[in-house]
Design a binder for this molecule. Structure first.
Ligand SMILES: Nc1ncnc2c1ncn2[C@@H]1O[C@H](COP(=O)(O)OP(=O)(O)OP(=O)(O)O)[C@@H](O)[C@H]1O
Ligand SMILES: [Mg+2]
Length: 288
């Protein structure tokens, strides 16, 4: 039973509300928006999201309906025989190669297929190619200082926390990359492994959200290889990392989820033990 409060004003017999006709464009905003699909909700949580990606070169499908998801702060190892499409996948992520079809999203919402290489680098995707590209005639420290002064950090250098920039940041990176003692050394005099670390350091100076590293330990000594696994483990967490590598001992030392690519698609995914026991993986490696 409803009680009527006699002190409340009577709301009957009010004059009719004025009729406002919305502008046709405004009507669009009044319509209920489409509910977000569970797939889109899931995508928004990810750092990198590839779905149904394909690319052909002269009719040859180098990437064939590839789907791969990387979570924020995750490090992933990518293995697979020669020609599996590992480097091409990195080319797609960095905007060097445009996929024919498929979705490529960075940080949940950024459609990487609509950006070029320079844009993508600025957005926070750093890539290390196999051959180190350091400035040989400069010291280790100067190489890092030059990388810190890159376009992405100009704002940060001027207005950011000084400890995160300049001197403080250089010392931090020298520490991570095991180069503190070689601060004043010419890059030309570094070992192959140390040059690789310096280049990783130069990428870190740009503070990327995602770091792509293609075959980092090729040509390294066993000791350097082990140290590189430790170094990358330190970096992961603050940064997401994708490491392509053929060296299985190194992949084991990384201790992360592994994706095995073959003929441009995911053949197997999981722990290294799971992937290396997968009969399909054994077949493609033995069949080489
Ligand atoms: N720009 C291109 N033009 C023509 N073919 C290409 C191009 N880029 C890659 N391919 C071909 O696509 C396939 C995948 O190559 P990709 O370099 O991605 O393999 P990968 O997994 O990185 O191999 P590896 O372990 O040898 O580095 C190969 O057959 C390669 O020849
Ligand atoms: Mg490759």
């Amino acid at each position: 039973m409803t009680m009527t409060n006699p002190s409340e004003p009577v709301i009957d017999n009010l004059p009719p509300e004025p009729v406002v006709i919305p502008h046709p464009y405004a009507l669009r905003d009044l319509l209920p928006s489409e509910p977000e699909s569970p797939e889109i909700t899931r995508r928004k949580e990810t750092l990198l999201y590839l779905d149904g990606v394909s690319v052909s070169f002269d009719g040859f499908r180098a990437i064939n309906n590839l789907s791969l998801v990387l979570q924020k702060g995750e490090m992933r190892a990518i293995i697979g025989p020669n020609g599996a499409g590992k480097t091409t996948m990195m080319d797609i992520i960095t905007g060097k190669t445009r996929p024919d079809t498929g979705d490529v999203y960075f940080d949940g919402t950024i459609d990487l297929t609509s950006h070029d290489e320079a844009d993508i680098a600025t957005m926070g995707i750093g890539r290390k190619f196999q051959k180190p590209t350091v400035f040989e005639s400069h010291t280790v420290e100067d190489n890092l200082a030059l990388a810190l002064a890159g376009p992405r950090t100009v704002f940060g250098t001027l207005f950011g926390d000084p400890a995160r920039n300049g001197e403080g940041r250089i010392s931090e990176i020298l520490d991570i990359t095991r180069l503190s003692r070689l601060r004043g050394a010419l890059a030309a005099n570094l070992s192959h492994g140390q040059k690789q670390w310096l280049e990783i350091g130069m990428l870190l100076a740009q503070d990327p959200k995602l770091l792509l590293v293609d075959e980092p330990v090729a040509g390294m000594t066993d000791a350097e290889t082990e140290e590189t696994a430790r170094l990358l483990r330190e970096i992961a967490g603050d940064h997401s990392v994708i490491v392509v590598e053929h060296d299985m001992q190194f992949v084991r030392e990384l201790g992360v989820k592994v994706t095995c690519l073959h003929e441009g698609a995911v053949l197997s995914e999981g722990s290294l033990d799971h992937v290396s026991a997968d009969p399909r993986v054994i077949e493609v490696y033995l069949g080489r």
